[in-house]
Every structure is written in structure tokens, then in C-alpha cells.
Design a protein around this ligand. Structure first.
Ligand SMILES: CC(C)(COP(=O)(O)OP(=O)(O)OC[C@H]1O[C@@H](n2cnc3c(N)ncnc32)[C@H](O)[C@@H]1OP(=O)(O)O)[C@@H](O)C(=O)NCCC(=O)NCCS
Length: 142
């Protein structure tokens, strides 16, 4: 593994699902928790339409994935960069690759959920909040 602070040119991007153990480690590094078992969480990845992983050697340092019908709609989820690697363009490159793949498939409706404090990041990738008269909606867990 490269030491934190190393040049981000060592990062290798691959269109693949993440190794399960590496995914669980990266997921936890974001401070995220879930009621799902590790098996169900990793299993959910199998339904991804496209996934981009960023590696420093064998270490998964970032990822993002898209759930899609391949034609009309795409939802970008689990965009995560390991804390030591944040702020060095890894997230931007992951997003660019996810969006490019959607555009190649002719998908116009690309959506995502923006976590608190991340709006500026997504705005820099060209995303905008939905208008008040046409908001995203959700059914909260019971
Ligand atoms: C959000 C996240 C993926 C960003 O990845 P990153 O590799 O640090 O981002 P980058 O270095 O590629 O930043 C790209 C641009 O966005 C900006 N940016 C990054 N995070 C930002 C933030 N929270 N708010 C505003 N701007 C931000 C950078 O300054 C950079 O701007 P520039 O293009 O003008 O230079 C990363 O912080 C992360 O994994 N956070 C924890 C998990 C998470 O919350 N994911 C999002 C779920 S919705």
C-alpha cells in the first residue's frame, strides 16, 4: 500500500465489483452503519449495473456504483473514498466514469441521494438539486 499523501497517479480504476472484505472496510470507513448482515450488504452489490473501484495496489480506496434499467433511469449510490485519500480527485474520477457509462447507454435520468455536507462535491460534477415543484420523494423505513 502507498503511504497517505502519495501521488494519486498511482490509483488504478477498474470497472468491477469490490472484493467483499475490502468493501465492508471501505463502507465502515465512511462511518456508515446498516441493519443488514454483511452477507446481505455484499450481496446487494450483485445487482449493480455498473461499478467503479479505485485501488492503491490491492487496497480498495474508493468506489461508486450505479443501479439502472440500462435505458431510462440510473441511480448512483455508495460513492465512497477512504478518508486518507479524500481531497485528491479520486471521487471526481469515480463520478466521471459512472456518468460516462450512463451517457454511453443513452441514459438521461441520472439521480443520487446527497449526504449532508456533500452537495458541493456533486455540484462540481454537474448535479443540481431537484426543483421544489418536482422533488425526489421517499418512503421512510417503518
Ligand atoms: C464525498 C466524497 C466521495 C468526495 O470524494 P473526494 O475524493 O474527497 O473528492 P475529490 O477530491 O474528487 O473532489 C472533487 C471536487 O469536489 C470538491 N469537494 C469534495 N468534497 C466536497 C464537499 N464535501 N463539499 C464541497 N466540495 C467538495 C473538491 O474540493 C473538488 O473540487 P474541485 O473540482 O474544484 O477541485 C468523499 O468525501 C467521501 O467518500 N465521503 C464519505 C462518504 C460519503 O459521504 N459519500 C457520499 C454519499 S452521498
Amino acid at each position: 500500500m502507498t503511504q497517505p499523501g502519495a501521488d494519486s497517479s498511482v490509483v488504478e480504476y477498474r470497472a468491477q465489483l469490490p472484493p467483499p472484505e475490502e468493501f465492508l472496510r471501505l463502507f465502515a470507513s465512511a462511518g456508515w452503519t446498516t441493519s443488514l448482515t454483511a452477507g446481505r450488504l455484499v450481496g446487494a452489490l450483485d445487482a449493480s449495473w455498473h461499478c467503479v473501484c479505485a485501488f492503491d495496489g490491492d487496497r480498495l480506496i474508493g468506489m461508486g456504483r450505479t443501479i439502472s434499467d440500462g435505458a431510462l433511469h440510473a441511480l448512483i449510490v455508495e460513492v465512497i473514498v477512504e478518508p486518507d485519500w479524500q481531497g485528491r480527485g479520486v471521487g471526481r474520477e469515480i463520478m466521471a466514469r459512472l456518468v460516462r457509462r450512463c451517457r454511453e447507454a443513452g441514459i438521461d435520468q441520472i439521480q443520487l441521494f446527497c449526504a449532508a455536507g456533500k452537495r458541493g462535491f456533486y455540484e462540481r460534477q454537474g448535479f443540481t438539486a431537484r426543483p421544489d415543484e418536482a422533488p425526489g420523494m421517499e418512503l421512510r423505513a417503518e
